[in-house]
Design a protein around this ligand. Structure first.
Ligand code: SF4
Length: 224
């Protein structure tokens, strides 16, 4: 028999949402594809270079079913759940599962500071390791690394040469290239993309260099 109380509880579940918008994915494996972004409100971190501080507070409570209805207005299979730090809200796990059940290609952008082990395996987790210049290095939850698979992506936002060398050391220490795709991007306006590209080539590193496409197209405008 169905558990009616549980079903009622699930249908009443809601998340605090800063924005839901349709744009081009600016980074990661699906860069360039039209994508619906669901930005959850709140983050326990305070990275020096954060470009979404407007998502720290505010937002609106939205029922999970209403989030799904909003997403379905757009003709794309790509959904990215982002923040803030989406996993700071427990019901995010349910949202991710529901989106996968609907057949979407779902990615999750997460800081790496919270447990990723409960995330639906169909989701591609795009997890940060916070570098020294982020000033949030001590929040890295290294236990997460063992859960990463080739379906996931590990991202380093590099601010300077020290960050770069730190990231290379972490790649070697945790044998990251054998676990999942590793992404290197620059902190916008802190390090020239060309400089990072040159370092990667000099060291013949098998990481994926990426530019944040949306910042070049729309100059980091919220909702784009
Ligand atoms: S984890 Fe992301 S949202 Fe949170 S402070 Fe850092 S960059 Fe900003």
């Amino acid at each position: 028999m169905p558990d009616i109380d549980k079903e009622a509880d699930e249908s009443a579940s809601r998340l605090r949402i800063t924005e839901i918008f349709y744009s081009l994915q600016g980074e990661s494996r699906t860069s360039g594809y039209a994508t619906v972004f669901i930005r959850l409100t709140g983050c326990p971190l305070r990275c020096e270079y954060c470009d979404t501080t407007y998502a720290f507070k505010g937002g609106e409570w939205v029922l999970l079913n209403d989030i799904l209805s909003e997403v379905k207005k757009y003709d794309t299979k790509y959904i990215t759940v982002t923040g803030g730090e989406p996993l700071a809200q427990k019901k995010c796990i349910t949202l991710l599962k529901n989106l996968c059940d609907e057949g979407y290609d779902v990615s999750l952008e997460t800081s790496g500071a919270l447990d990723i082990s409960k995330v639906d395996k169909r989701v591609s987790r795009v997890m940060d390791l916070k570098t020294p210049a982020s000033k949030e290095e001590d929040k890295n939850r290294y236990e997460n690394i063992e859960f990463l698979t080739p379906h996931d992506q590990l991202k380093f936002v590099i601010c300077d040469r020290n960050d770069y060398e730190w990231a290379v050391a972490k790649i070697n220490e945790y044998d990251l290239l054998s676990r999942c795709e590793v992404l290197f991007s620059t902190s916008h306006q802190q390090l020239k993309p060309q400089t990072l590209a040159d370092w990667i080539l000099e060291d013949q590193l098998a990481v994926r260099f990426q530019m944040q496409l949306h910042k070049y197209l729309w100059n980091d405008e919220p909702g784009r």
